[in-house]
Design a protein around this ligand. Structure first.
Ligand SMILES: [Zn+2]
Ligand SMILES: [Zn+2]
Length: 336
């Protein structure tokens, strides 16, 4: 591997090439739900290349290179990765968030990571659960953490973070020029897995209902009159700092406060103009307290009863899975 002033080149030694072919020394399997950029950073680290230079090696130089690939992975880079990792194309492509039916609710990616971490009221491109990073055998970042409607971890019931707990900057693992893993802040070198407070039950109920509804949308269930749920939720504006802001433009702190106010029925910074988007948000908030009970009744009716054993600590079945199970049951009944 040679580092030049503007580029990096990697050539296989003759003996290595005869044994391993085009394959890089270490192949990293993607983790469940992993984001492409996270896998690329792990792949770079495992093969001894700091992420900043790995983007150049892939032919995707520049700021935020890996986060941009999350949203649009060119075919030539996809082929290049398959050739050097031997991981199937479809497995690599599945790590991206493209095509993205939830685009309206994705956290924004700014042109420069410097901009993304300036004021604390600004949204950053990626969130994370410190407990997940601390618990992972190999810490990795999840695709769901790029959604503005996610403010807590369903597994650990704690809040997410969107900034380094030590220096307060947004994450910039793509800028890392040293060979350190991506759960270390690229700005200050501190570990990102510092514990954070739990999320309240009300916030978690509301967040879980929205997540269920979005999964239904993503799995092909459509709202009446062809309306798009992500567009409805994403187009509503809230008053923050005297400016109307959609949820995707808010920092995690402001989004968490918004969910808390909604869940507790306190006055919320809805825009004064009554829009269908605001009305829909209010309906979702009203439905949230009863939602988990409804899902439990539904799952009791549709899914086989679990065998006796220790209680699971997971968040339970997703509504989209329940609806599919109900549809299958209905088809079986009709066939009989
Ligand atoms: Zn977690
Ligand atoms: Zn930091």
């Amino acid at each position: 591997m040679r580092f030049g002033p503007t580029e990096i080149s990697v050539t296989s030694a003759e003996r290595y090439e005869s044994v391993a072919g085009s394959r890089w020394p270490v192949s990293i399997m993607p983790a469940p739900g992993e984001l492409l950029s996270s896998w690329l950073h792990r792949l770079a680290y495992a093969n001894g290349i700091p992420p900043h230079y790995f983007g150049t090696l892939l032919g995707a130089p520049g700021e935020n290179w890996s986060a941009r690939l999350d949203r649009a992975l060119p075919d030539r880079i996809l082929q290049f990765l398959r050739e050097h990792t031997h991981i199937p194309l479809e497995d690599i492509a599945a790590l991206t968030i493209a095509p993205d039916p939830l685009a309206r609710l994705r956290l924004p990616l700014r042109a420069s990571p410097q901009q993304s971490c300036a004021p604390k009221t600004q949204a950053t491109w990626l969130q994370f659960c410190p407990a997940c990073l601390a618990e992972d055998e190999t810490p990795y970042f999840r695709r769901d953490w790029r959604l503005a409607t996610r403010v807590s971890c369903f597994r650990h019931s704690c809040r997410l973070r969107d900034r380094c707990p030590s220096c307060g900057q947004g994450l910039a693992p793509f800028s890392q020029k040293r060979l350190v893993p991506h759960q270390i802040c690229a700005w200050c070198g501190a570990a990102l897995c510092k514990r954070i407070r739990p999320a309240t039950n009300g916030v978690r109920r509301l967040e879980r209902l929205i997540d269920d509804l979005l999964r239904l949308q993503a799995s092909g269930h459509r709202m009446a009159e062809g309306r798009s749920l992500p567009d409805l939720l994403g187009s509503a504006c809230f008053q923050f700092s005297r400016r109307p802001m959609s949820i995707a433009r808010l920092s995690h702190r402001d989004r968490y406060q918004l969910f808390q106010k909604l869940a507790e029925g306190r006055s919320t910074p809805f825009e004064k103009r009554r829009s269908s988007a605001i009305i829909y948000w209010k309906r979702v908030v009203q439905a949230a307290p009863a939602w988990s009970g409804l899902v439990t009744s539904f799952s009791d009716a549709v899914l086989p009863r679990p065998k006796a054993g220790p209680c699971s600590t997971t968040a339970g079945p997703h509504l989209a899975d329940l609806v599919q199970a109900a549809a299958r049951l209905d088809q079986q009944r009709q066939a009989l």
